[in-house]
Every structure is written in C-alpha cells, then in structure tokens.
Design a protein around this ligand. Sequence first.
Ligand code: SAH
Length: 272
Amino acid sequence: MSDETPKTTAKQPNKSHGRKTMRPTLQPRELMSHAPDLARAWQAHIITLFPEAFPGVLGESLTGKAIKDGKWQLTTTDLRLFGEGKHRNVDDTPAGGGAGMVLRPDVMGRAIDHALKRAPGPLVYLSPRGKRFDQQMARDWATLPGITMICGRFEGLDQRVIDHYNIAEVSLGDFVLTGGEIAAQAMLDATVRLLPGVLGNADSTVDESHSDGLLEHPQFTRPATWNDRAIPDVLMSGHHGKIAEWRRAMSKDITRQRRPDLWAKHLEKTSD
Ligand code: SAH
C-alpha cells in the first residue's frame, strides 16, 4: 500500500466535452503515478478524508497543464484507510464535552507516518488558527522541493498530533471552512503558479497584486468602447513610459484607498 488511494470510486472523465486527449492524463490515478521523469517535479502531498477532491480545480487550466508537463505532482494519503476497526473510524467526541467530533491522534499519526515515508517538504496543517497564508509564503514554498498538507474536518486535529510532529498551522483567512481541502487547493494554486515555466508569461508574476506590496492597476481589453465607457487614452497611446507611470499611480491609489495596512507598509519600505 502506498499513497495511491483506492480509486474504485474515482469518476471517469466525461468523454463528451472535446477534451479527450487532455482529461485522461489528469485522472487521479495518473497523478498518483511516480514516473521517473517526475522525480524532480515540485511535490504536493495531501492527507485528507476526501482524496477524490484532488486535483479538483488544480487539474484545470495552467495548473493542470503544469501537472501534465511534469512541473509539479500531486499525491494523496487517504486518512480513512488508517481508521479504527471495521468502520475505519477516524474521529471521536471531544474530551471535556462540547459539540462536534475530533480527529483521533492515533489515526492521524498513522497516516502521517505513512505519508512521511516519502512526503516532501514541511508538514502543514490547514487551520483557521494558523499563520495567515500570503504571497510571501507562496514564494517561500515554491523554492522548496514540495509540501505536505493535512486537511482537517469536524472540529479539527487532536492537539497532541500537532505537538508531536511539530506541525505548522496555516490559515487561508479569518473565516471557518468545513474542511482543509479548499484551503489546500487555494494555497497550492498560489504556490504552483510561481514555479518556473508554469505561467505562459514569466513577467505576469512580477507585476501583479501583492508582488511588490501594492495592488494591481485596473486592466482593460477590447472593445475600445463598451457601454459608452472608453479605455483610458493613455493605454491607447502606445507611450510605454507614460503607461508604466499611469499604472504605477493607479496601483498606489487603489492600495491607499482599499488597503491602508498595505499602504502603510509600502510607505515604510519606499519613499515614492
Ligand atoms: N474547530 C476549529 C475549526 C474546524 S473547521 C476551530 O474553531 O478552530 C474544520 C477544518 O477545516 C479544520 O480542521 C481545518 O483543516 C479546515 N479549515 C477551516 N477553516 C480554515 C481556514 N480558515 N484555513 C485553513 N483551513 C481551515
């Protein structure tokens, strides 16, 4: 038994949508294979009760193509397989009483031990109590060989597991999800797009929101006029210097208005 979760329930690709050549390579079973040419791909490993939720939306568009191209790889450990007894129970009632269920430390511990045999990078638990995920964290993760993520469910993990394995808690934001899977996918998306060659245009990660502490300027495209609204003249001028200047000014305006916290940090760092 390895990280390959049983795929008896995995959905077959929908054959009627004209993407036959691409879809089959994005099936979870394919993703789980460890082809030698993927040995150096950036590795994401997920411990979850819902392995069939992966790659999910990460199998689409640029992140999906990057999987296909061997730029990164996604594997899962199915927590259920490590459950107790005939019913493979993974949770129990909270010590001290109260609502909900807590994931058992022995079950999670077995899944972690199994995953760690070949799982890459730091061990992270998706948790609303964690350090807030941000662009800098995505950048840091992208420089590592990969990452192993634990998705909680119910009331979350038994504290002893977090302490025993010295697991870092990372939050997607100040709200509570029902499970870590969506948070894992959001964080992986942000990280994987920073890997070399994943985005078509390498520049597009340099000039975007949060890349230099400012939010991005407004974007426009054809038609030149829509509902009586014209694209700002400067963008149609072909004058690259003026365009860059305008974009920078808009970037600063928007950041100042919308995110005083980012703006204050920006002012600390620069004099412009
Ligand atoms: N009782 C916990 C919340 C559990 S929510 C508490 O109050 O802190 C169930 C699971 O969803 C968590 O174990 C975690 O893995 C995931 N989750 C919920 N909100 C999250 C967030 N903001 N960021 C990352 N993961 C989150």
